[in-house]
Design a protein. Sequence first.
Length: 1083
Amino acid sequence: MRHPRRPAPAPPVILCLVGLAALAPALPLSAQSASTGGLRGRVLDQDGTPVEAALITLVHTRTGAASTALSVADGRYTLRGQRPGGPYTVTVTRIGFREFTREGIEVLLGRFVDLDIALVSEAIEVEPLVVEVEPDPVFNPGRIGISTLVTSEVLRDLPTLTRNFLDFAALSPLVRTSEEGVSVAGANYRFNTLNIDGALNQDVFGLSTNNVAGGRAGARVIPLEAVEQFQVEVAPFDIRQSGFTGGALNAVTRSGTNEFETSAFGFHRGGALVGELLVDDISTAPDVSTFRAGFTAGGPIRRDRAHFFVAGEWERVREPPTGLHVGESDPLRLSLVADSVARMRSLLQELGADAGTASSFALENQLANLFARVDWKIGERHDAMVRYSFAAADDEPDPNRLPGAAYEFSSGGSEIRSRNHSAVLRLVSALDNRFTNEFSANIQMLSDNETARSVFPQVEVTVDGTVGDLLVTRDVLAGADFFAQDNALDQRIIQLSNNLSYDVGDHQLLFGASGTWFHFDRRFVPGVLGSYEFGSLEDLARNRPNRYEVTIPLTDQGAAPTFAVREFGLYAQNEWEAHDRLTLRAGARFDLPIFTGRPEPNLLLEQELGIDASRLPDKRPTWSVRGGLNWRPFEGTQLRAGTGIFTGRPAYSWLANAFQNNGLAVTTLLCRGDQAPAFDPSNPPTECVGGPGVGESPPIINYFDPEFRFPQDLRTMIAIDQRLPGDVVFSASWLTNLALKQIFITNDNLSSSTTWGTPEDGYTFGFGFWTRHVWGVPVEGQEETLWAGGRLSELFGPVLRIGNRDGNYAYAATAELRKDFGDALALRAGYSLTRSANLQDLLSIDVTSNYATTPINHNPNDPTSQRSRFDRPHKVVASARTRILPQFGGTEISAMYVGQSGVPYSYVYDGDVNGDGFNGPRASRLANDLIYIPLLVSDLPTSFVTQLLWEDFLTREQCLQDQINRILARNTCHTPWSNRFDLRISQTVEARAFNAEVTLDMLNVLNFLNSSWGVVQVANPVVQLFRVRRESEDFGLDPLVAQYMGALRRDRTGRVWAARPFAPEVPTSQWRAQLGAKISLRR
């Protein structure tokens, strides 16, 4: 069923525009850029009278770069576009007054330092005036919204092994981190934006779940040594920041100075510096090693005018796959017997295919980064910056060794090669005392290629084995990964933006425009080498597959489409200092995305279902309006509040699916039973047994609703900052996020559903339906095909429409404490409660998998909002930094603790119990039907052994106990709470022009103290618990029966029990130490 288009909420737009007009007394608009900072305030005389035409000179002490401004009639002055960091020196002169000088000013990213200056008449004899100006990241009139700022000192001091500045996003209480990515305030990590020096630098196509360019291969965007400051913006009410409904991750880079400086460093981790891993009381020592080296160099090209800075870093990491391995772990936990796995490997070898190893082995990740920046002061009013960065990453992703899904040989892996080039030009011009213009241009070129480790078709075998008296069964995969058999991407981004700021009285106005061009060359043909399934090792020995599938490209354009997207934006903003203690900000933004290219029309689809899949979304503009305030009612008290609309962008990989999955680009050959050809490792058959035309699978269609719009959320927050006795600062905030238009996928080829089965009817029509929607009618005489006839047209498989729906929401509360004891000690602590719910998790790079991996308990086309994959309610974060023994060069000790709730997951059936087509052909085989939890164990139609295991399993999973007599709700089970405590110690030896620093980073200190502490358990998002098949009956309908296929474990007495589907994450669950040395020279 199509959902009618919902109009944009007009009242908020109108109200905000009216408010914007009311706040602006004249046309021309300001807030600081996401890549710079500034200084502002008023110049007064000793009586508090404004001083006009005072000359304010701000000098970056280390570079000599100077900016000037004149105070206006009311004494106000503004200096924008300053590079974050410092130190700066400000000097104020005016005829008839004594010169004012203040040193040691630090500028913060995206914020002004507010400094009111009192000049003293030359005729008055007074002591020199001393004004303390400390950058305060909390109490700042321009701080509106929720953000976490990470300074260069924190980046340098806190422990890290990866040396990736994104790791420090964990310092925000509202951020949840995992191997998958950074989730901000319960949002999908795909919907973040990443900016370096105010310019977009990310994988907008979406191959990487964390949006980092090359993130699938573990790439770093830039070297850590090149980062000056980093900021996590959760609710920035700055209208220039757009392109996200998650969080904005902004970093600014380091520049050269008037002093020549070079450094070289190296780090090592491995051997005795890595702890053992304890799994089911079995201790193993995974082979983990890292070597990293790098350099920096910077200095003047022309003193006080032009400077350069370069940095490079190289890294090589070797570590084993996460999970449980044959030959190392208990066969019960694996549901695999080593002899059976060895036999599968031997049989494949006889057929001419090398399956690789099923034991643990070393995976390698190689990273390289280069960075170069030049800053040039052009005259007195123009500052130019040009930078270039290069990031390379080669990685071997983990094969699956976690419970709840098929086990993979090493041959099932792949190799990912990523290369990212980025260049940015920025020009900041102070046109006069009121106007400042900032222009930036950005170009990014990203290449990302994945190659299957093997060149023979994927082989999946159901492997049985006996452990004692117990029969265990698990599917095992070998051969070329289905989705890596032909997978490549090239993307180019060109971005231009211009911001004009204008000061008029107590208003700071901003007008801006931006244009971004995205160009994509995508080749993705999963399954082009083919895929075989064997029901048993005996079938493999006879080379008698029960299923064969291969993807056959029909057109080059369909298999490798080229397309582009253009985004244009116009925006305006007014920041009004309504009172000395009240700052108001309001802004409006207009964005217009334009899609170029057109998929080929599928006339048969139009005839059958009336769907034109060749249409891309129409040119539909979006409005974003935001408003916020900063109120300081009392000294030491600050209230912040804001509300507004944030517009994101989809992963453009989903747009590529509309070109590739239109039913004309490729065809899928699907051969079952006797029609399946024998396994051929070098020449995948293109026909089923029986000749051409046999076994063609109905195509899966992906297309966009013509009324599709970019995702939009309404985000509202309120916060308070309070200075407590002892100069302790307390902050608390409340945030709500409501989806106005989020991405939603619908299957337009589902027929009308019916409701089958109740707990009382003995499951005559099926197992576990409760009041479950079912499509089609039961199929007799087949074991795996449970239902048929659930489609409107049998000529097509799922026809998936990408559109919009509301229903997603999140809310969060935070509390933070901070205390600084001068330069000797800094303490931070924070807690957050975050809840999020959605209709679909959208974890995958392709539309079909996104639909298929959303666990279903009712109608997949009309789900209810349920707990999201990103719902990890609780988080505690704390950090401490101290410096001792300064007489010996300084010993710095820092520590960081992060404790957070586990990651949600769901239990499903292996089997299409609702007839919606999933499990179906390979692209739709991902199981998604949530299990029903019967009141009585005897209600489970299965063997006595499965009933016993289910009874034991039920006592171990609280999420199942809470939902007896119901279909399990999505994502209501979760992995255990995780604790991580990290430590860093550094010792510096200083000489005149020489510094030597030795560092020790230790991650997971808790695991060092006790091998059972600090373990991070991971599980697949969807865990298959029961295999459901039809059992032949002589009379009546063939009933559905279930077989337990979950994880098993053995206790100390040797008894077998069901086990939760966890495995320790490697190497996160081990304590790891890293030794480093750095030598610095300066002159």
